[in-house]
Design a protein around this ligand. Structure first.
Ligand code: UDP
Length: 483
């Protein structure tokens, strides 16, 4: 019957805000093109994006949130395995993945009762058990990677050439194999996702690779206009069709979807945008390190002091958890930071309406940890970056931004910043110099701004009628309609 043919996508995101947010974007996008979509979360993780879920419900789109508690037999799962933000060690990381796979049986049961029946699974690379769900339901399955094509290609090539194993010095530079231009990495900067030798990790890596080898295609939050070369290379190394459907926040034309992404913003969005309205074009620096990083008090103070010394306008996001440190709150208030920068500097305490801020013409630079969502949001709005990677794929994204696209300046981080470690502090003078460099008149700053603006315009075309990302989205809908 007709109902049988309606596409019904089941999205299984990695349980981290930086992955659930694009999953919600993708759900909305597929739903506006005639599909039913189920986003698979747990109660704790649904609570963290409830404002987004509410917004989607209010728009009457056929997006469902399957909130699956861990099975009772898994009562021993520590709280720290509920979502990835809480995972601070490799050992917990392995437990986290084991915990996730316990959702497989409850999900299959849940999906068997759904109408219309599911027709396609889109599961994150870190939820490889999605392949068993697809097999049980006899439906196609796509892999979603929250990574850039560049990062995926680099990681594959490093693994294939076993560079990781051969290096003892984590800071010894080597050339990433197989790239069209020479780009250096170190072991410390190349994340060990698929080739770590930690016990317990191997099985997980094996599953993730198997899930990719057996999938029916790869979905990415990127577009040909941004990464055409690396998308093609990824198709070559994986033998899979790659569907770039991003940048996801741009693809969603609904303005409200920009304002509420994940959490509800901690400030009145309108007030924030009005403040930006009162500022000259491209004059404000936006500082935010995504949803997971935790910056230690001495580093926060150096960032603040650098922004203050620059004399520039800025919006600086400090997380609630970071404000718990008494010395930080004291420095911001009693010691007068906020007062001294009043009028030109805004501190957002908690969650910022980032996509809306980056889309404002007053924003002229972004100090970023290089999470792939953040990078695509900056590029699509023509905003140059001061790159400050912390961990995971962020160093590889920095290479794309600085060396391939040439739309950013590195702050100079050489190794992952571990939670609680205070040694890797970037001084206030470096911060000051870095942010000035983004807004500098003439010279390289000017050229960089020209490049990122041009790139932004090209990227926007991808999500317009007939654009590459729109065409790929249609292909996904076709895959979902075949059942
Ligand atoms: N984000 C936001 N407000 C914040 C912090 C982050 O809206 O205060 C959004 C940001 O726009 C991006 C996502 O959360 O879409 C973070 O993803 P990213 O890949 O940049 O970094 P991660 O959090 O995964 O490290």
């Amino acid at each position: 019957g007709e109902q049988q043919q309606q596409p019904h996508f089941v999205i299984i995101p990695l349980l981290a805000q930086g992955h659930i947010i694009p999953a919600c974007d993708m759900a909305r996008l597929l739903a506006t093109h005639g599909a039913v979509v189920t986003v698979v979360l747990t109660p704790a993780n649904l609570a963290r994006v409830q404002p987004t879920a509410d917004l989607i419900s209010a728009s009457n789109l056929p997006v469902r949130f399957a909130s699956l508690p861990f099975p009772a037999s898994a009562a021993s799962i520590p709280d720290s395995c509920q979502n990835i933000d809480l995972v601070h060690s490799l050992e917990l990381f392995t437990n986290f993945f084991l915990a996730m796979s316990l959702l497989q049986t409850p999900l299959v049961q849940y999906l068997r009762d759904q109408h219309p029946p599911p027709t396609c699974i889109i599961s994150d690379q870190f939820q490889p058990w999605g392949m068993y769900v697809a097999r049980e339901l006899s439906i196609p399955r796509l892999i979603f990677h929250g990574f850039s094509s560049f990062a995926l290609v680099a990681m594959r090539n490093i693994k294939d050439q076993a560079i990781y194993k051969s290096l003892t010095d984590p800071h010894k530079p080597f050339l990433i194999p197989g790239l069209p231009q020479p780009i250096q990495a170190t072991k410390a900067k190349a994340p060990p996702f698929f080739y770590e030798e930690t016990p317990g990790y191997e099985k997980m890596a094996e599953e993730a690779l198997m899930a990719e080898d057996t999938c029916d295609g790869i979905v990415l939050n990127t577009c040909l206009e941004l990464e055409s070369h690396f998308i093609k290379q990824l198709e070559d190394v994986t033998g899979k069709k790659v569907y770039g459907i991003g940048p996801l926040p741009l693809a969603n034309k609904d303005a409200a979807s920009k304002a509420v992404r994940g959490n509800k913003p901690s400030i009145d969005e309108l007030q924030c945008l009005q403040w930006l309205d009162s500022m000259p074009a491209s004059s404000v620096i936006y500082v935010s390190f995504g949803s997971i990083t935790h910056t230690m008090p001495p580093q926060l103070i150096e960032i603040g002091a650098g922004l203050e010394a620059s004399g520039l306008r800025f919006i600086w996001v400090i997380k609630q958890s970071e404000l718990m440190a008494p010395e930080v709150s004291k420095w911001l208030t009693e010691e007068g930071f906020e007062e001294r920068v009043a009028g030109r500097g805004m501190v957002i305490k908690g969650w910022a309406p980032q996509a809306a801020i980056l889309a404002h013409t007053a924003v002229g630079g972004f100090v970023t940890h290089c999470g792939w969502n953040s990078v695509t949001e900056a590029v699509s709005n023509g905003v140059p970056m001061l790159t400050w990677p912390h961990f995971a794929d962020q160093f590889l994204n920095e290479m794309v931004v600085v060396e391939v696209l040439k739309v950013g300046v590195p702050v100079g981080i050489q190794k992952p910043i571990t939670y609680g470690e205070e040694k890797t502090i970037v001084g206030r003078d470096v911060v000051e110099k870095g942010v000035r460099c983004l807004l500098e008149c003439g010279g390289e700053g000017e050229e960089r701004r020209g490049r990122v603006r041009e790139l932004g315009e090209k990227v926007c075309k991808a999500v317009e009628d007939g654009g590459s990302s729109v065409l790929n989205l249609m292909k996904l809908i076709e895959i979902g309609s075949n059942k």
